[in-house]
Design a protein around this ligand. Structure first.
Ligand code: HAM
Length: 422
């Protein structure tokens, strides 16, 4: 018996129905980005590991546990080339490699494509998934933060995700983050035993991450600490309150989430997540925030930036049952197989008009062809018989109105074109 292969755990195949939804989401999204003034970039799936080690942070889960290394040559064990786990650090690499700050002080980019993380797969958590990402580089204005948040929500609205919640927090500036990290290190040093295993390691290396750990024992400890937003400096606090007022003025509802930290180290100031109750434990449809130190961290000038990414597979999960993709509009049926050349010529003529159409390639009887046309959802069947071929015409059958008539091919095409329906 030959082995039957299955897809790799944590990857997913898109059926025609899912692929059709995928493309209608990305098609609508591209149009929205155009309206908001973002330009599309397409960057490689392969990237040097250092971009993420330095960009995302060496003590983050993404870098510590989830990078997929790619051997450059067969048999090579170790490699500094990885499949990209996210887009932000990569976009900054692109921005710096091309010295884009010399061309203009402000850039807005978007990208749509696959990301890879060696996570433990579960519902909504994959090893290969797709991001719709936006990055705006060159401004620390809270108006830009507000634009990005409203853009992310607008995309979700437009692709049909009605129910969602925006959760937002501020991490303060780099020195606020550093001070708070040290404070937390001290607090957790004496309470390590009360933390989950992952957080026991984080206590020394990345204590901020403990704040949004989902484990019950960690949640209990964190809530008992009553940390609030007092940890950020007066200026950052004012900035954050101004951003919240801006969101209210835009009629955007939010939930202030003082323990929202995010799993990537580059964030400073505002961070946000958009969640959906439809998703279960992996409830984030998308997330983002400011990363004012990342460009400098990756060797560039001191330039502020912010962005977000939405997960397409999670959007599809939130949409639930998918609508059937567009069906075939016309089917060319032949009364006997000697008429196949005529059918093919007719099919070509109809397709040239941009009408989705199909014919039989499996030697079915006329009756079976009509049944097959119905299965495909065809509104019209163009029947080609000996008599029609002799009279240089076709029989056009309207499946919806159970009506048929003999017409010239041009008349039939005009009717297929004009009559309402699918
Ligand atoms: P992230 O939170 O890691 O952020 O990913 C953004 C979104 O991608 C998540 O909210 C989720 O919808 C989806 N996602 C993440 N991991 C998985 C997975 N394993 N399986 C399925 N979906 C997943 C970032 O990556 C940042 N680069 C976002 C950003 C852009 N911040 C600023 N600019």
């Amino acid at each position: 018996m030959r082995k039957l292969y299955s897809s790799i755990r944590g990857t997913c195949d898109f059926s025609p129905l899912q692929a059709s939804s995928f493309y209608s989401i990305t098609h609508r999204t591209r149009e929205i980005f155009r309206i908001f003034g973002y330009q599309e970039i397409i960057l490689p799936l392969l990237e040097e590991a250092g971009v993420f080690i330095r960009g995302v942070g060496k003590n983050t889960d993404i870098v510590e546990k989830q990078l997929f290394g790619v051997a450059r040559r067969q048999g090579e064990a170790k490699s500094d080339v990885v499949l990209r786990p996210e887009g932000t650090a990569q976009v900054v690499r692109y921005y710096l490699q091309n010295s884009l700050y010399k061309q203009s002080s402000f850039h807005k980019f978007f990208y749509i494509g696959p990301m890879f993380r060696g996570e433990r797969p579960q519902k909504g958590r994959l090893r290969q998934f797709h991001h719709i990402g936006a990055e705006a580089i060159g401004s620390d204005s809270i108006y830009l933060d507000a634009e990005l948040i409203s853009l992310a929500l607008h995309i979700l609205d437009e692709v049909g995700v009605a129910k969602k919640e925006l959760r937002i927090n501020t991490l303060g500036c780099s020195s606020d983050k550093e001070k708070f990290s040290k404070e937390l290190q001290k607090i957790f040093a004496s309470k390590k035993g009360k933390l989950c295993q992952d957080c026991q390691k984080r206590a020394a290396l990345n204590p901020l991450r403990i704040l949004d750990c989902k484990q019950a024992q960690c949640r209990k400890l964190i809530e008992s600490l009553h940390l609030g937003e007092a940890r950020v400096c007066a200026q950052c606090k004012r900035q954050f309150h101004d951003l919240l007022s801006l969101l209210s003025a835009l009629n955007i509802q939010y939930i202030y989430e003082p323990y929202l930290v995010r799993g990537l180290d580059y964030y400073t100031h505002s961070v946000f997540e958009i969640t959906s109750k439809e998703l279960g434990s992996q409830d984030a449809l998308g997330a983002g925030g400011r990363y004012n130190s990342l460009i400098k961290e990756l060797g560039g000038p001191d330039v502020a930036a912010a962005g977000f990414a939405l997960g397409i597979e999670r959007i599809l999960l939130a949409l639930g049952e998918l609508k059937h993709p567009e069906t075939i509009r016309a089917f060319i049926a032949v009364a006997d197989s000697t008429l196949m050349p005529d059918a093919l010529a007719i099919l070509q003529k109809i397709r040239a008009k941009g009408i989705s159409s199909e014919m039989d390639y499996c030697d079915r009887s006329l009756k079976a062809q009509l049944r097959y046309a119905q299965k495909l959802g065809a509104r019209f069947v163009v029947i080609v018989g000996q008599e029609e071929a002799k009279d240089n015409c076709v029989t056009l059958k309207d499946m919806e109105e159970s009506f048929q008539e003999k017409l010239s091919l041009d008349q039939a095409i005009a009717k297929i074109h004009n009559r309402g329906g699918n």
